[in-house]
Design a protein around this ligand. Structure first.
Ligand SMILES: [Fe+2]
Ligand SMILES: [Fe+2]
Length: 139
């Protein structure tokens, strides 16, 4: 595993985190009705969770000698609250899978501190996904 492939992967994760943060901000501002109020309560703290992940990744990319991206992944959010939640659940699952691969790359590159931090982020994203699943099961 070369360092460039790891940096490229981390930059992909960074674009995803920036995109998720913006998406959740958009959804908390535009969701309507009682379900929308609940979505707002659920997603507001996740805006800063995802931005925190983005800050970690940007610092790490720079520390590895790379250039952190400033371009977020673009999402077109569904309008309906239930569809928003399903969309977000898909993204959270993708994030878990992406970080699982990245932690393997980090280990192969001898970056054990990074691997451990990526596993902590996996815990956060798993928590996000489980919350969304629980809500969707009751809708
Ligand atoms: Fe995240
Ligand atoms: Fe998340």
């Amino acid at each position: 595993m070369n360092k460039k492939a790891l940096i490229d992967g981390l930059n992909e994760d960074l674009a995803n985190e920036l995109g998720a943060s913006i998406l959740y901000m958009y959804q908390t501002s535009t969701a309507t009705g009682w379900a929308g109020e609940e979505l707002r309560e659920l997603l507001t703290p996740e805006i800063t969770d995802e931005m925190g992940h983005a800050i970690f990744l940007a610092d790490k990319i720079a520390a590895l000698g790379g250039k952190p991206t400033t371009v977020p992944r673009q999402h077109a959010s569904p309008k309906d609250v239930k569809a928003m939640l399903k969309f977000d659940l898909k993204l959270e699952r993708e994030a878990v899978e992406g970080y699982r691969q990245r932690s393997i790359q980090a280990e192969e590159a001898g970056e054990l501190g990074l691997k451990i931090k990526l596993e902590e982020i996996i815990m956060d994203e798993t928590g996000h996904a489980e919350k969304l699943e629980r809500i969707l099961r009751g809708m």
